[in-house]
Ligand binder design. Structure first.
Ligand code: M6R
Length: 607
């Protein structure tokens, strides 16, 4: 949600911190702040994006080799300078940046106020520096070890004390923190994108660990003062993957990356001659998978939409009963689970609090938990029993695109794995794999239509309502296309199963309420055409997505976008691309801040 970065080293902290904040800005962008420890502590904050903070500190002497910084996504209190991090105690010597939520902050605040502490913000975070002040006896590490035992909720914290000018402390409990080990410098951040420019050697903190950092390295301690030894890991992607490379937005770049990211997701995983797949991350549970009779897929937003496509695939091709649940609801249900049930948690970031809570619920019930996760070493990746990584590099745009298509491709691989253990034939397994291999070229033939889709977007960008419709494998694509448009353009959009429309929503249809109908030539094509006729009979405008060579729809609808033919189960990987491009162009034409839509953040680490 929020982004944290801290620096201790030989260079000017300010430069590394600002660069880090820019890399983390996709995590939250309503306000930002920085504290540098040089000759005393200097703190600057600004409401808005990082560039506002930069202009505020332009010309200010912010020299020092130790510092912390933060980009905020508001949870408690409006975006304002007072609520922006870092926050401090009454003496102004202790400064803290925080990602997560302190759930018991009201009780702690009341207790602190009774002891004379004066609060300057409405945030939950501010209790932390005041508690540190209360327990400080010459060592900020020891004070923190006491304070963390009083906190409930989730937190990643970085802390400075003016009287300990060589030391930066970080602690993790439920919100990710990673430490980069550079040459004479150490950087702590809420994700590796803030670190990658300086070093590829990183250590991921686990929950319940404190890192004591100075320029020559770090010491990791648990909450009971025991020292922990941890080997550094090498990050596999490089800095250019986190840059726009000439595209106007990360979202557009990531849409265009999809031929490559689909190849990367399946590379080395197909054993075509046997119609089988090799998913190394599932090797340790392969026998357990054989006994699974029911799958529950959990995820949020785009990840859940991908999961709904997985549901169709797993039931049709693997013959395993599958249901998809909103991760945020899973723990409020009483799902019937037994040792023949598995959870598949889908998450690009691997940090989504609701998805993680569902995984933990599954673990609590002792059932097999599998992950489909992009960010290596993320919490969900480490919490699940086994899993498959997407390998698509960093997804920076808040609107998820390449993660979605990769998740669907990985679910196809998982379907083959489950299916071949059951009744799926070698021939069908092989057929799916052969088709997956040629998808990248087919995706490219759609991204080449970007200008044509932009022209269609020009015709429709002034409408304030849309319905997206799809059936069977493309029903979740309708939901995903609608999510994309509403998320970045702020247009009210609904995604519905095509057949549902006549049960109520059709009353909305008139010439000002366009429909986007996904109608490839598949097993439900004729039914989709009948529904399109119903919309046209009510003067509704229709944009249709259909298969290349199908000229039947030209006469019926207002605009058509063509996608290449593929297996029905894989059509979502193609049919979603025009929807991503349509959403992008509409949002661009409406002048929206595409990579950082209002009120949102890339990774939602609060419940
Ligand atoms: O990181 P995750 O995949 O767990 O994130 C889940 C959702 O928050 C995410 O897909 C969200 O819906 C996207 N912003 C949609 O574009």
């Amino acid at each position: 949600m929020c982004g944290i970065v801290g620096y201790a080293g030989k260079n000017e902290a300010r430069l590394v911190l600002l660069e880090g904040l820019k890399r983390l800005e996709y995590r939250g962008y309503d306000s930002a702040g920085i504290a540098i420890l040089g000759d005393g502590i200097i703190v600057k904050k600004a409401v808005g994006k990082i560039r506002e903070l930069e202009s505020k500190i332009d010309g200010v002497n912010l020299s020092g080799n130790l510092g912390i910084a933060h980009t905020r996504w508001a949870t408690h209190g409006q975006p304002s300078e007072a609520n922006a991090h870092p926050h401090s105690d009454c003496t102004g010597k202790i400064w803290v940046v925080h990602n997560g939520i302190i759930e018991n902050y009201q009780t702690l605040k009341k207790w602190l106020e009774e002891r004379g502490h004066v609060f300057k913000s409405e945030t939950d975070t501010e209790v932390v520096p005041h508690l540190l002040e209360e327990f400080y006896e010459g060592s900020i590490t020891k004070a923190l070890q006491r304070v963390v035992k009083m906190l409930q909720g989730a937190y990643g914290l970085a802390v400075l004390h003016q009287d300990e000018p060589q030391k930066l402390i970080a602690v993790r409990y439920g919100s990710p923190l990673v430490i980069g080990l550079g040459d004479g410098e150490t950087i702590v951040a809420s994700d590796v994108s803030a670190i990658i420019r300086y070093t590829k050697q990183v250590i991921y903190l686990n929950d319940g660990e404190i890192a004591e950092i100075n320029s020559s390295g770090l010491k990791i301690l648990d909450f009971d003062f025991n020292e922990i030894n941890r080997e550094a890991q090498k990050i596999e992607w490089d800095v250019s993957q986190a840059e726009k490379n000439g595209f106007s937005h990360f979202m557009l770049k990531e849409i265009f990356e999809q031929p490559k990211t689909i190849s990367d997701s399946i590379r080395g995983r197909l054993v075509i001659k046997d119609g089988k797949v090799k998913l190394g991350g599932l090797d340790n549970v392969i026998d357990k998978i054989r006994s699974i009779e029911k799958i529950i897929i959990v995820g949020c937003g785009t990840a859940r939409n991908a999961g709904s496509i997985g549901e169709y695939m797993l039931e049709e091709y693997a013959g395993v009963a599958t249901e998809v649940e909103y991760a945020s609801e899973f723990r409020y249900r009483k799902p019937v689970l037994d040792n023949k049930t598995a959870i598949i948690a889908i998450s690009q970031s691997g940090e989504t609090a609701d998805t993680l809570a569902a995984v933990k619920e599954g673990k609590e019930k002792n059932i097999l938990t599998l992950g489909v996760v992009n960010v290596v070493g993320s919490t969900i990746a480490r919490t699940t029993d086994a899993g498959v990584y997407n390998h698509i590099g960093p997804e920076i745009s808040v609107a998820s695109t390449k993660a979605f298509t990769s998740q669907v491709a990985i679910l196809a691989l998982i379907t083959i794995l489950f299916g071949r253990q059951r009744n799926l034939s070698l021939a069908v397994g092989k057929r799916i794999e052969e088709e997956l291999l040629i998808l990248p070229d087919k995706i490219e033939s759609i991204t080449r239509q970007s200008e044509k889709i932009k022209k269609i977007a020009e015709k429709y960008c002034h409408f304030n309502n849309f319905i997206y419709l799809g059936r069977k494998y493309n029903q979740p694509v309708a939901a995903e296309g609608a999510l994309k448009l509403k998320e970045i353009s702020y247009i009210h959009t609904e995604g519905l199963p095509t057949g549902e429309m006549k049960h109520g929503s059709i009353s909305l249809i008139d010439k000002n309420f366009p429909c986007l109908c996904i109608a490839p030539q598949d097993s439900v094509y004729e039914k989709n055409v009948s529904n399109i006729e119903e919309i046209k009979a009510r003067s509704g405008k229709v944009i249709a997505i259909t298969t290349e060579g199908n000229d039947q729809l030209n006469k019926l609808v207002d605009d058509v976008i063509f996608i290449p033919k593929t297996l029905e189960m894989l059509t979502p990987i193609l049919s979603v691309i025009p929807l991503q491009l349509f959403a992008y162009h509409v949002a661009a034409l409406r002048g929206c801040d595409i990579d950082k839509p209002r009120n949102l953040a890339k990774s939602v680490t609060v419940e």
